[in-house]
Write a protein that binds this ligand. Structure first.
Ligand SMILES: [Zn+2]
Length: 201
């Protein structure tokens, strides 16, 4: 298996993003404790398989500029909710940045929602080819409209504290076939060992 992977990685016809995704997939295979359940990994692998020709549709791009990103205040999974004061499932990841910092689309797609919702505040949902969706919540404001095409890395709004929050941050979700999965699956390889600061090449 290692020989096959190293052959694939050394093959010059594979671009940088494809190589990165192969590495992520391989690391996931080696680490069963990578914080996702098997079903999630299968969905991600399914998406990768369908989409290996164009990773622009895969939510790999970190939605906040690395210089603006402060930390992850809440991971995907169960947590004690600071407002409701009880254990709740948190199906996204909270990326802390100051109010007004830019938020970027993590993959190419079409905006299907740009609205206000009680819990999420100002939110954007983008549909990506292959069936994934991404959600960006608590925005100060959105600069995209439903029906608009966006590309990976395009600025779509600004970090805020709208909806049910205790401070400014981006609540980010990745849905695959309408199941919310851990966005870290896509970023694991782009983070350093502390799991806080992103290393973006
Ligand atoms: Zn959140």
């Amino acid at each position: 298996m290692i020989a096959i992977v190293s052959y694939i990685i050394k093959n010059n016809r594979i671009n940088r993003n494809q190589r990165l995704l192969i590495i992520i997939t391989f690391v996931m295979m080696l680490n069963p404790n990578i914080s996702v359940v098997n079903a999630q990994e299968q969905r991600v692998e399914g998406l990768i398989a369908e989409d290996s020709n164009n990773l622009k549709y895969t939510p790999l791009f970190f939605p906040i500029n690395k210089d603006d990103f402060i930390n992850i205040s809440s991971h995907y999974g169960y947590r004690y909710h600071p407002i409701d004061h009880k254990q709740k499932k948190h199906l996204g990841i909270d990326l802390v940045a100051k109010k007004g910092k830019a938020v970027f689309a993590s993959a190419d797609g079409i905006v299907i929602k740009s609205d206000y919702q009680k819990g999420y505040g100002n939110r954007i949902i983008i549909y990506h080819i292959g069936g994934a969706k991404t959600l960006y919540a608590h925005l100060w404001r959105s600069i995209v409209k439903p029906g608009q095409k966006v590309s990976q890395g395009q600025r779509i709004g600004f970090v805020g504290a709208t909806g049910k929050v205790t401070g400014p941050h981006l609540h980010y979700e990745v849905w695959i076939q309408d199941k919310k999965i851990n966005p870290l699956v896509f970023w694991k390889k782009m983070m350093n060992s502390k799991g806080q600061k992103m290393v973006m090449n």
